[in-house]
Ligand binder design. Structure first.
Ligand SMILES: C[S@@+](CC[C@H](N)C(=O)[O-])C[C@H]1O[C@@H](n2cnc3c(N)ncnc32)[C@H](O)[C@@H]1O
Length: 233
């Protein structure tokens, strides 16, 4: 049972009593979270039978039947009340938004503010950040993991009684309070090159959008360089 680099980094951020992994696939993350003491109990949830079967096998092989519960579950529907941390990874931002939008409206889940979410969308991440900010979700921390592709990882909680977290355009695009690590700088340069390479093949209205993204990445890279030289001085 070996976790990918991406899942290992998610595991590093798990710290809870009761975990729910939505879209658990083989169930490795839940099993490892229990075995490493990062969760006391875990729900391995998926909507499809194939992954649930694999997760059940993992649970039995690792002898975790008392602590790891295999659940057929669509998104965050009927999320058990004892869950205090949720992982949603390896899905598109739009689907994650749908899960969260439905969960906010769910009258059955009582204490929504105690739940912490670890989100790692493989696409539409800037749209997801805008959704989070508009719906009183607070990004507590964020990073980028390079595992073949670059994957964002966000730690988020729901704070409906607070004013919304106003994110700057560069934060919506690339992430909030990104750590000072090489992986993040590489990611920003990678995004910049990606957009520069396709800029002239885009229709005119899309070119303006692409230019803005390129400028935001330049701005962030400059800011990060300046901060680094100040801390080195
Ligand atoms: C690409 S896999 C990602 C697996 C794992 N979370 C990861 O990050 O490696 C997506 C998983 O999400 C599950 N899934 C898709 N839609 C879902 C839904 N509405 N509710 C729960 N699970 C879902 C799929 O069955 C699949 O196992």
């Amino acid at each position: 049972m070996k976790l990918s680099k991406r899942l290992s980094r998610i595991l590093d951020w798990i710290d809870c009593e009761v975990l729910a992994d939505i879209g658990c696939d083989h169930g490795y993350l839940c099993a490892k979270a229990i075995q490493t003491g990062r969760a006391k109990k875990a729900y391995a949830c998926d909507v499809a039978d194939g992954p649930l079967k694999q997760a059940k096998r993992t649970c039995e092989t690792e002898n975790l039947q008392k602590l790891m519960i295999i659940r057929k579950q669509d998104g965050l529907q009927d999320l058990p009340q004892d869950v205090d941390m949720v992982v949603i990874a390896g899905m598109g931002g739009a689907l994650i938004e749908q899960f969260l939008a439905d969960w906010i409206k769910d009258p059955n889940f009582k204490d929504k503010t105690k739940v912490c979410f670890l989100l790692s969308a493989h696409k539409d991440v800037s749209h997801l950040r805008k959704f989070l900010s508009d719906h009183h979700f607070y990004i507590e921390k964020e990073t980028v993991v390079k595992d073949g592709h670059y994957y964002p990882l966000l730690k988020v909680s729901y704070k409906p009684s607070l004013p919304i977290q106003n994110l700057l355009p560069e934060e919506i695009q690339f992430g909030f309070n990104l750590p000072d690590i090489q992986e993040v700088n590489d990611y920003l340069r990678h995004e910049q090159m990606k957009w520069l390479n396709i800029l002239h093949s885009l229709p005119e209205d899309k070119q303006a959008e692409a230019k803005q993204i390129i400028n935001l990445s330049l701005k962030l890279l400059d800011q990060r360089k300046e901060l680094q030289s100040k801390s080195n001085a």
